[in-house]
Design a protein around this ligand. Structure first.
Ligand SMILES: Cc1ncc(COP(=O)(O)O)c(C=O)c1O
Length: 401
């Protein structure tokens, strides 16, 4: 069981003595940062704010720390080789890296689900418009869960399946292992968008046999603007980088160049060293917990909120009714209500912070003709008292609206 009280002391914002502590229920967008992550970044800026690979003492410290961060990430997802870990700015960059480096040509088919974040839809639609690839959409079951039959019907002839692991829309986790197995039987490769799964569940890339994986550091305690793109070594070697320049080549002449091997050929220009070092620290922080405890804690809070929401007429929860299937996410809308207005009132009245809008899954909202929703997203520092305060204040707002 998690000791939430102790955990909260690790976060400056949750243990401030002065002023009001926010009830932060928006971790699917951005997790809070433990003090150890901020300190690791400060250590870089205060003590060795230099370039990776410069041979002087400061540079060597950066090189060593970046390598340590890469090792921590590789171990965290059980990558076979260090060079399978490419540092990026976020999940979006990882998926764009794949879309622009994979070498897809006219007529190649990419399969995505009907609940993709724009980051895993728009790069493929752009390629459709630029080079003529075909983008096919897998329809989910009515309750939002993955439909393996629909997937199996579409898989033949597909080059790449790029699919969300845990949905930021409804918290549903797709059956990655089965999807990957079926895709491989049909000679298709698979990229998982793990932005929402990596903070909450163990990901073992070798056990999943996933070909590519993209995730963000900032949703798993890491600094903002940090991410990772994983790929199997033999596949990364074949990809042709789309962002090149400093640090991606071994040498160049006026009319030639020699690329460095992976991961360097994908990490163009000077990097966000403080962020990468902070990300390593975030991995260390997250690794001290048992994922089963995280899931159990989030389920307890999600179950309470779901039960209470279901008692209120006019509230619609997006996705399956069963909170067990929704990770730490409760996304809902009230018929006839602009949920932006609702979340602003919640913040002003009670200092409770949740997110409203279409959560970058505009395609789903457009299809369902729903204007917007409000999303509670939980993490290991949230408490049952916060969940109760959310319900109490939601009821007050509904009376006012
Ligand atoms: C499922 C999913 N995919 C991709 C992204 C994009 O992440 P980022 O903005 O960090 O690139 C998000 C962000 O919310 C997400 O929830």
């Amino acid at each position: 069981m998690l000791n939430t009280h102790k955990i909260r002391a690790d976060f400056n914002i949750l243990s401030k003595k002065d002023g009001k502590i926010p009830m932060y229920l928006d971790s699917a967008c951005m997790s809070l940062k433990p003090n150890s992550v901020v300190e690791a970044m400060n250590d870089y800026y205060f003590n060795f704010p230099a370039c990776d690979r410069s041979l002087h003492k400061l540079g060597s410290t950066v090189t060593k720390k970046v390598k340590e961060a890469r090792e921590l990430v590789a171990k965290f997802i059980n990558a076979k080789n260090l060079d399978e870990i490419i540092f990026t700015r976020n999940t979006t960059e990882g998926i764009n890296l794949l879309a622009n480096s994979f070498g897809l040509v006219k007529g190649d088919v990419v399969l995505v689900s009907d609940k993709e974040h724009n980051s895993n839809l728009v790069p493929w639609l752009l390629l459709r418009d630029r080079v003529g690839i075909v983008v096919k959409i897998i329809s989910s079951n009515v309750n939002g869960t993955f439909n393996l039959d629909n997937f199996s019907k579409l898989i033949s002839g597909v080059k790449l399946v790029s699919i969300v692991h845990t949905s930021n829309l409804d918290g549903v986790t797709n059956p990655a292992k089965e999807i990957i197995e079926i895709a491989h039987q049909n000679n298709a490769l698979v990229c998982l968008d793990a932005a929402q799964s990596i903070p909450h569940r163990k990901i073992d890339v070798q056990d999943l046999d996933v070909d590519f994986l993209a995730f963000s550091g900032h949703k798993m305690f890491g600094p903002t603007g940090t991410g990772v793109f994983y790929g199997k070594s033999k596949l990364l070697e074949k990809l042709s980088p789309f962002l090149v320049g400093g640090d991606t080549v071994e040498f160049s002449t006026y009319d030639s160049y020699k690329m460095l091997p992976v991961p360097e050929k994908f990490e163009a220009g000077l990097q966000n060293y403080a962020g990468i070092i902070g990300l390593g620290e975030a991995v260390k922080y997250l690794s001290q917990f048992d994922f089963e405890d995280i899931v159990e804690h989030e389920l307890k809070l999600n179950s309470y909120i779901t039960t209470e929401l279901k008692k209120i007429s006019g509230i619609n929860i997006i996705g399956p009714e069963d909170p067990k299937l929704r990770s730490g996410i409760v996304n809902f809308y009230i018929e006839g209500t602009d949920m932006h207005k609702f979340v602003i009132m919640l913040d002003e009245m009670a200092n409770i912070e949740i997110r409203s809008g279409q959560h970058c899954v505009h395609s789903w909202f457009a299809d369902k003709k729903i204007y917007n929703s409000a999303r509670v997203s939980l993490y290991l520092y949230n408490t049952i008292e916060e969940a109760e305060a959310f319900i109490t204040n939601l009821k007050k707002i509904i009376e006012i609206l």
